[in-house]
Design a protein around this ligand. Structure first.
Ligand code: C2O
Ligand code: CU
Ligand code: CU
Length: 485
């Protein structure tokens, strides 16, 4: 175990005390009584009470403007820096940001056009920006050991050799990623392509990112960070507490991102109304999938079309979470239907052509588990930067069988660089909304999930796979993947 890791564990145990398996996220019967601010652990540390819902408008994160644009490339500057923001009304909260805002600005990119992001680290610790879901070379993947030192600068270059998708960028510095992301280091990266642009889907002001996460704040407005899930009772959407969003009576494309460290979501509309899922993590589904629920674990994304024209003006509909939901974490945000407008958008029956899959040449098994001290294990081992855990041949297609050995703790599984298809969950094929291109998949307690992964990608080298309940990966549930040509 490295010194920094031992120190971190000590620190976590000393400050957390609450570092129990249950706090690290467990399905337990007392979840039902996980009521707003009433759990003793929360009271003991003087947490701010959860804000009243629907008091503030939902902001849409600003789109980052390029510093300059060449024929081939968009150049951005995005410093990593501390800032103070208003999360709860009237309280100021010190956070760690990209570009001074919480969450970070949205970067818009185009398939096969180059994006260059220049970064200066103005925070007290080393940072590493990972573009989650990106097909990028190892040098620009933002690996855990590839740190920008305090005061240091570097450029990340993304060639974007992939189809349109909702990606997100976030910190990945070893053992600090969970705290960094928790304190604000994350933002949306919207990648489009010619196919998507040819479709009559809602766009412009009707294409909106919805970044959902939970948080715990001290009474003075500062962030309370521990690995204890049950302290995080305040839901934020795009950085604001359970906001309302005034919508026109027409179709919207909502890019829903679970940006929580630990909280799995299972979303529905309060009236049980239908919506249409058009994309998963790594791009458009082949065909729209009409549904009434959207499960989304940390790091997963889904684009949905909600048609608010079915509601009378003046109607409010709440986006609700039904998983591990306490009174304060059930209501995510409220849509208020305020205006009649014309709507020329539509959802075509065909959205995208998925690449053909190849026959697998190999099957590997992976097991995720956690001990009572909160240490995370991938195949029984704690992450070690210097160990090669898995070597695959470039170009191969493989089946990866992933098990969650814990009876009560949810996990999920994310692989850098590649996308994959979910074959089955406990032997049952996925619903159409989860049968498209994925890079993160839920593996609930006791479950076995099989995925089909192709390593025929533009790149090779050192990558990573890990649980994206990011407190778990920070505590060891991560491994190194070498793709060799
Ligand atoms: Cu979104 Cu390795 O992470
Ligand atoms: Cu990733
Ligand atoms: Cu996990």
């Amino acid at each position: 175990m490295s010194t920094s890791r031992r120190e971190l564990l000590k620190l976590a145990v000393a400050t957390g005390g609450a570092l129990t398996v249950s706090g690290l996220l467990v399905h337990r019967t007392s979840v039902a009584s996980d009521g707003g601010g009433q759990v003793p652990a929360a009271a003991a540390v003087g947490l701010a009470p959860v804000a009243a819902p629907f008091q503030v408008a939902m902001p849409v994160p600003p789109v980052l403007r390029p510093q300059w644009i060449s024929g081939t490339t968009d150049y951005y500057s995005l410093p990593v820096k501390p800032a103070s923001v208003e999360i709860l009304p009237g309280l100021s909260t010190p956070v760690l940001t990209y570009g001074g805002i919480f969450p970070g600005p949205t970067i818009k990119a185009r398939s096969r056009r180059r994006t260059v992001v220049s970064q200066r680290n103005e925070t007290p610790s080393g940072t590493s920006m990972h573009l989650h879901g990106a097909v990028t070379d190892p040098e620009n993947d933002g690996g855990p050991m590839d740190l920008i030192a305090t005061g240091g600068e570097r450029k990340y270059t993304y060639l974007n050799p992939q189809v349109a998708a909702t990606l997100w960028y976030h910190d990945h510095a070893h053992h600090l990623e969970a705290e960094h992301v928790y304190r604000g280091m994350a933002g949306v990266y919207q990648l489009t392509d010619a196919n998507e642009e040819s479709l009559p889907l809602p766009r412009g002001a009707y294409d909106v990112p919805i970044v959902i996460r939970d948080i715990a704040l001290n009474e003075d407005g500062s962030l309370f960070f521990s690995h204890d899930f049950f302290t995080r009772k305040q839901i934020l959407v795009n950085g604001k507490p359970q906001p309302y969003f005034k919508v026109d009576a027409r179709k919207y494309r909502l890019r829903v991102i679970n940006g929580s460290n630990l909280r799995p979501l299972d979303l529905k509309l309060s009236d049980g109304g239908e919506f249409v899922q058009i994309a998963s993590d790594r791009g458009l589904l082949p065909a729209p999938y009409t549904t009434t629920r959207l499960p989304l674990s940390p790091g997963e994304r889904a684009d949905i079309i909600v048609d608010f024209s079915r509601y009378a003006l003046g109607t409010s509909v709440v986006l609700e979470n039904t998983m591990l939901a306490s009174p304060s974490t059930k209501e995510i945000m409220r849509f208020d239907v305020v205006r009649k407008v014309a709507d020329f958008s539509s959802v075509p029956a065909r959205l995208a052509e998925l690449p053909a899959t190849e026959e697998p040449v190999n099957t590997r098994t992976f097991a995720m588990s956690m001990d009572a001290a909160g240490t995370g294990f991938m195949n029984g081992k704690v992450w070690d930067a210097n160990r090669v855990d898995t070597t695959v041949r470039w170009g191969d297609t493989e089946i990866w069988e992933i098990k969650n050995l814990d009876a009560q703790i949810p996990h999920n599984f994310h692989i850098h660089l590649v996308d994959f298809r979910v074959l089955d969950i406990n032997g049952v094929p996925p619903v159409p909304g989860e049968a498209g291109l994925k890079d993160t998949v839920r593996v609930m307690p006791g479950q076995t999930v099989r995925i089909l992964v192709s390593f025929k990608t533009p790149y090779a080298g050192r990558y990573y796979y890990h649980c994206h309940l990011i407190d778990h990966s920070a505590m060891g549930m991560m491994a190194n993947l070498d793709i060799v040509r």
